[in-house]
Ligand binder design. Structure first.
Ligand SMILES: [Zn+2]
Length: 414
């Protein structure tokens, strides 16, 4: 009999941090599973990665390009929350609307199908807690008046703003630094497991990434311990951890890695619009080659990619050649898919090790951690499969592995 399935996503967790973790719930799962290091997408930023996890495709199909991007049809910036300052600079209410509603309603590509849509259509009960890519088949009303409804999984919990069931969980957004969002997920998850409330659940724990941005990669041990407690709570709701694994298969991963930041650059290209955040930037320009050449030797820039006659051109320190991309995990494939995203800039910039690009408001994570580039540190993620046939090698394989688990193996879009 096919077990029910929980996808656990610990935002920003690096493979090395997972592999050395001594926390009990993670160790228990690792002892029962198959582990590999898998590859994220580019840019390796949460909105882009979450959409790839949920849809099984690269950004050329799901169309979420970055944390901050230019909306060509609406002639405006979209900012999903690079920092509070960047959100304010882009317009607070507009940014909240984009992040909470439009990312799923109008930005997420119509050609992409989410795992919730696929499983909902097969009659399975889907659920998601706080995962930012949520498009599904069930209409939900917000807990605050005046907000539009959303279409999401059957069991849908989103930062206390949407709650398909009354679980008694505390308010999610009280204190990021002490892990209130993961604590909210734990309370909701315990409620759902106790009631056998889903066939498939995305259990998203974002507080680790928040802490790792401040403390640096592989340093946020307290935050990891709190994520571990949230997983322990979820499993304990089954009456015991062995009982949990008797009922559920588990796929545990992160969405991207993190690397250390010790230098900040402000990226500018004369005559072009630059959208920069964390360790990736995009340039919207009529002259991609000219813009790329302008960035030769620019502070913080390692590799610049653009399309010429549909083909990828990769440029580093003024030299061109696709071998530039060989140093990165799945470098060519990820760069190509990122460039073919209709919402992406014409030129994409991957930061050099140690560098971060200041965002719209000039904010950054100097002395801490960041991600977004093509480098292995930002791009490799831990991937642990428990009770599944295989561990996906890429974020874009997760959906297919989950569909295969439910016996719903459908042709994977090329
Ligand atoms: Zn992050």
């Amino acid at each position: 009999m096919t077990k029910k399935l929980v996808l656990i996503v610990i935002d920003g967790l690096t493979p090395s941090m997972f592999e050395s973790a001594e926390t009990p719930a993670l160790r228990f799962l690792a002892d029962h599973g198959t582990y590999t290091r898998a590859t994220s997408v580019f840019p390796s930023l949460t909105p882009v990665c979450s959409a790839s996890i949920a849809t099984g495709v690269h950004p050329d199909i799901h169309e979420i390009p970055h944390l901050v991007w230019w909306h060509r049809r609406q002639l405006r910036l979209v900012e999903y929350g690079s920092s509070f300052g960047a959100v304010r600079a882009a317009g607070l209410s507009r940014s909240i609307r984009d992040t909470v509603f439009e990312m799923n309603r109008s930005h997420l590509g119509a050609r992409a199908e989410t795992i919730y849509e696929a499983l909902d259509d097969r009659g399975l009960v889907t659920g998601a807690i706080n995962f930012i890519c949520y498009r599904g088949r069930t209409r939900h009303l917000a807990s605050l008046p005046g907000l539009p409804p959303v279409y999401a999984p059957r069991r849908f919990f989103y930062y206390s703003l949407f709650e398909s069931d009354q679980t008694g969980a505390p308010i999610a957004v009280r204190s990021r630094a002490t892990g209130s969002i993961d604590a909210y997920a734990a309370a909701v998850g315990r409620w759902l497991v106790t009631r056998d409330g889903f066939d498939f659940l995305v259990y998203y724990l974002p507080d680790y990434d928040f802490a790792s941005h401040v403390e640096g990669p592989d340093a946020a041990h307290e935050a990891l311990a709190r994520a571990d407690t949230a997983i322990a709570t979820l499993m304990g709701a089954a009456g015991g951890w062995d009982e949990f694994l008797a009922r559920y298969s588990v796929l545990l991963c992160s969405d991207h890695g993190q690397s250390h930041v010790d230098r900040i650059a402000r990226l500018e290209v004369p005559g072009a619009l630059v959208t920069a955040s964390n360790r990736a930037a995009m340039v919207y320009t009529d002259d991609p080659r000219g813009a790329a050449e302008t960035l030769d030797g620019a502070e913080g820039v390692e590799t610049v990619v653009f399309l010429e006659d549909e083909a990828v051109v990769a440029r580093r320190d003024g030299a061109e050649g696709l071998d530039v991309l060989d140093q990165y995990p799945d470098g060519l494939q990820r760069a190509h898919a990122a460039l073919r995203n209709p919402n992406a800039g014409e030129v994409l910039v991957s930061a050099a090790p140690g560098w971060e690009f200041a965002d719209l408001a000039g904010r950054h994570h100097l002395g801490g951690g960041s991600h977004g580039s093509l480098t292995a540190g930002d791009s490799l993620v831990p991937m642990l499969a428990v009770g599944l046939d295989r561990a996906p090698a890429s974020l874009t394989e997760i959906k297919q592995v989950m569909l295969e688990h439910f016996g719903a193996g459908v042709a994977h879009a090329a």
